[in-house]
Design a protein around this ligand. Structure first.
Ligand code: PMP
Length: 391
């Protein structure tokens, strides 16, 4: 059988179900105003929450990296681990109050790494059903058993942990901090309490919380006023609020050493570019000093929600920068997304399998860099589409 004869029908089926994915082509720098597919648009589908991806201060640092090689040349355990990586790890750990941090080239790789390295046959990975795809993939790579609980359902979580505790099974509770497609927060205070009560370990993917949530941007733990304990592992990405790329895992001395020894997606891959590490160190300084930007972002979220509620849009209960509008049908979501594009606003339609069946949605993400005028333009475009679709 040829590849074509297997996949041509599958591709055609995807298109028929309005699930075909395409890659929009950016021809200007990542920013709130940019050119995508040759058209000038306001970007409401970026994770650049603090507006750092195209920040002049970071571009200046980039100009000053001439002493570094462009590529790291090797894996961290070979000769790729550069002082810039090492310093960034120390600075991240220090900022977040963990013993150590470990860099990964992407958040996806970090999430593939942790669960298989730490969890063994006979253990349980107890995971929220709406966790990011990379956490699910990481769990499936592990020899531990995967037990999924209904989204943020603390009774269901406790039931699993109680049962495991009784049977002497080691559990790792796994949750997003901010859920990537819904924008709501994990009930971290309850989750931490349950994990501690039943001797479970905790892995929090705070990809969308780091830099944004909490008064100093330290993420969901800070937002809830929680202190991570020695059995907590935190994953944070650098490609979102930090505006660069890559990710880190923070944890205790022993947890990080265990990852260095046993995490295959850490060991068998080329280290991120030292240039990226150096620019990310500068980004960390900006993130630490970004109180005004965080306030602008929160103000933009409130401005958008107030306007969207006034129009009667089907908002989800999210206080984060991720503000989805639930539409249900994939074809409808695409029609809304296309109409918004024609009004000069870029908003992605998120469809299954990324979200559960019949829950297609527009996923609007806000940035500190959006102006009220840009958000107002989006609200007016949404109001016009809403009015048209209800007649
Ligand atoms: N976790 C979550 C919750 C995410 O939303 C994403 C990316 N969208 C990732 C992990 C993966 O991070 P990266 O893009 O750095 O691979």
């Amino acid at each position: 059988m040829s590849i074509k004869s297997r996949f041509q029908p599958l591709l055609e089926q995807r298109a028929k179900e309005h699930l075909y994915r395409r890659r929009p082509l950016a021809t200007t720098a990542q920013d709130t105003a940019m050119q995508i597919n040759g058209v000038q648009t306001i970007n409401f589908s970026s994770n650049d929450y603090l507006g750092l991806a195209n920040h002049p201060a970071l571009k200046n640092v980039l100009q000053e990296t001439g002493d570094l090689s462009v590529g790291s040349g090797a894996a961290h355990l070979v000769t790729g681990h550069h002082l810039e990586h090492h310093l960034l790890e120390d600075e991240l750990a220090d900022w977040l109050g963990f013993d150590r941090a470990l860099l990964f080239s992407t958040g996806y790789m970090a999430n593939l790494a942790v669960q298989p390295a730490l969890m063994q046959k006979g253990d349980w990975i107890v995971s929220d059903k709406l966790n990011h795809a990379s956490l699910l993939d990481g769990a499936q790579l592990s020899s531990a058993e995967l037990k999924r609980y209904a989204h943020n359902d603390m009774d269901a979580l406790e039931k699993r942990l109680k049962q495991a505790h009784k049977d002497n099974i080691q559990c790792l509770v796994v949750t997003d901090g901010v859920f990537s497609m819904d924008g709501d927060l994990a009930n971290l205070p309850a989750i931490q309490k349950l994990a501690q009560k039943y001797d479970a370990w905790l892995l929090v993917d705070d990809a969308h919380g780091i830099g944004v949530m909490g008064s100093q941007g330290k993420g969901c733990f800070e937002y809830f006023g929680l202190q991570a304990d020695e059995n907590t592992i935190l994953m944070g990405t650098l490609g979102k609020a930090f505006g660069t790329s890559g990710a880190f895992v923070a944890g205790s001395e022993v947890a990080i050493e265990a990852l260095i020894q046993f995490a295959r997606p850490y060991i068998y891959t080329t280290a991120m570019s030292p240039v990226n590490a150096k620019v990310t160190r500068a980004a960390l300084k900006l993130v630490k000093d970004a109180d005004v930007r965080r306030q602008q972002l929160m103000d933009n979220i409130a401005f958008f929600r107030k306007g969207a509620e006034a129009i009667g849009l089907n908002l989800m209960p999210s206080e984060s920068a991720i503000q989805p509008i639930l539409l249900g049908d994939s074809e409808v979501a695409i029609a809304w997304s296309d109409a918004l594009k024609q009004s000069g606003c870029w908003v992605s339609a998120i469809r299954p399998p990324t979200v559960p069946k019949d829950t297609a949605r527009l996923r609007i993400t806000l940035s500190a860099s959006h102006t009220h005028a840009q958000i107002q333009q989006l609200l007016e475009a949404l109001a016009a589409i809403q009015a048209k679709s209800s007649t």
